[in-house]
Ligand binder design. Structure first.
Ligand SMILES: NC(=O)c1ccc[n+]([C@@H]2O[C@H](COP(=O)([O-])OP(=O)(O)OC[C@H]3O[C@@H](n4cnc5c(N)ncnc54)[C@H](O)[C@@H]3O)[C@@H](O)[C@H]2O)c1
Length: 344
């Protein structure tokens, strides 16, 4: 039985507690939050679970095997480092850290101590993203030409991170998983409409060596909630609408072909193919339940998580490059920034 301590019981933490309470092989040992009103909620829902305002109590408890951290991003590095140094396996919320240097330090610390470090990029464990990966890997989609995403709503304005760190981070992890490729450069435009707050709207373009191009529009200032991805391949195209209750993924047998036949040069050289559309069946299990079981399996069987520190680091590097592009004052906002290190 893996005993888990959860730190942070705000918006996301309750989802972790509920899932770990139901994960086979796991037990919620304790929950820590600075706010006693939140701890009172834990006690009402999970009467046997120990609660504390002092995170260090979890570190000093030899009965706690792993710590899940769901606190604001600016606290991730300090809390995760302390947990690893206390010999605990770590589940860390996205984005892993504020800087890539911090992410590297956490990876080293976990490696040195043979501890599991999982970064919660939840989308990688959804039936929809797993299905998209299958369609790409089987060759059914052909070569991926583009990825286009829109992720907007009248969102919760964050105080410590930009909308890129909050929302585009999902696209960066999905792209990393689907393409198995790190972007070589990014260009980002964005703005904060309210002085003194992080950027609440951004348009990000990612460039890949293979020629694939990706774009995401993210905003906390939209009148309606939209979570849509279009993925275009040379053979087929996919739409993914995360707000659809069923049929989230649709595969379209649509595309174009070009001819260089000199006999047809005077004619339209583009051929359009419009075939069937189908909605594949998706695994219905909640992503966090799949991810929780995977975390336990990694600890028990010394496996590397699917969303390990290296994936977390590559995502943080992409965020850093976007901020660099978006925040350039001397030259133009949106200037293309190369990503040199590519996660190593
Ligand atoms: N994986 C996902 O899809 C997903 C979704 C939402 C949020 N998140 C991530 O979860 C994390 C938390 O986000 P949130 O929206 O729940 O934030 P939140 O502000 O609602 O909650 C954070 C909680 O952490 C507590 N806290 C802060 N410092 C603490 C400390 N030192 N010890 C104990 N408790 C402490 C706060 O009191 C608060 O209750 C962020 O990293 C966010 O990016 C992930």
């Amino acid at each position: 039985m893996i005993n888990i301590g959860i730190v942070g019981y705000g918006y996301w933490g309750p989802n972790l507690v509920r899932n770990f309470a139901e994960t086979p092989g796991a037990k919620v040992a304790a929950v820590s939050d600075l706010d006693t009103a939140k701890l009172a909620l834990v006690q009402r829902r999970f009467p046997g679970v120990k609660t504390t305002t002092d995170f260090r109590e979890l570190l000093n408890d030899s009965g706690v095997d792993a710590i899940a951290i769901a606190t604001p991003v600016h606290t991730h590095f300090e809390l995760a480092l302390a947990a690893l140094q206390a010999g605990k396996h770590v589940w860390l919320e996205k984005p892993m850290t504020e800087t890539s240097a911090q992410a590297r330090q956490l990876i080293d610390e976990a490696q040195k101590r043979n501890l599991v470090l999982l970064v919660d990029h939840t989308f990688i464990y959804t039936g929809s993203v797993i299905k998209m990966k299958e369609l790409i890997d089987s060759g059914e989609l052909g070569k991926v030409l583009y990825y286009d995403s829109i992720r907007v709503n009248l969102g919760l304005f964050q105080r410590d991170v930009s909308v890129i760190s909050d929302l585009a981070v999902h696209d960066f992890s999905i792209l990393d998983y689907l393409l198995g490729e790190h972007p070589v450069a990014v260009s980002a435009n964005g703005t904060n409409h309210f002085p003194g707050t992080p950027e609440n709207l951004a348009y990000v373009t990612l460039f890949y060596d293979s020629g694939t191009i990706a774009h995401t529009s993210v905003s906390w200032l939209a009148p309606v909630k939209v979570r849509q991805i279009h993925l275009g391949g040379t053979k087929k195209m996919i739409t993914y609408d995360d707000l659809e209750p069923s049929e989230k993924i649709k595969v379209y047998d649509k595309g174009v072909s070009f001819t260089d036949d000199p006999a047809k040069i005077q004619e339209m050289r583009v051929g359009y193919r419009t075939g069937d559309m189908w909605a594949p069946k998706l695994a219905g299990t909640e992503a966090l339940a799949v991810e929780g079981a995977h975390f336990v399996d990694c600890i028990v069987n010394s496996k590397m998580p699917k969303t390990d520190g290296q994936l977390g680091l590559r995502v943080v590097e992409t965020i850093e490059a976007c901020h660099h592009s978006m925040r350039r004052k001397v030259r133009r906002n949106g200037e293309t920034v190369n990503i040199e290190s590519r996660g190593k």
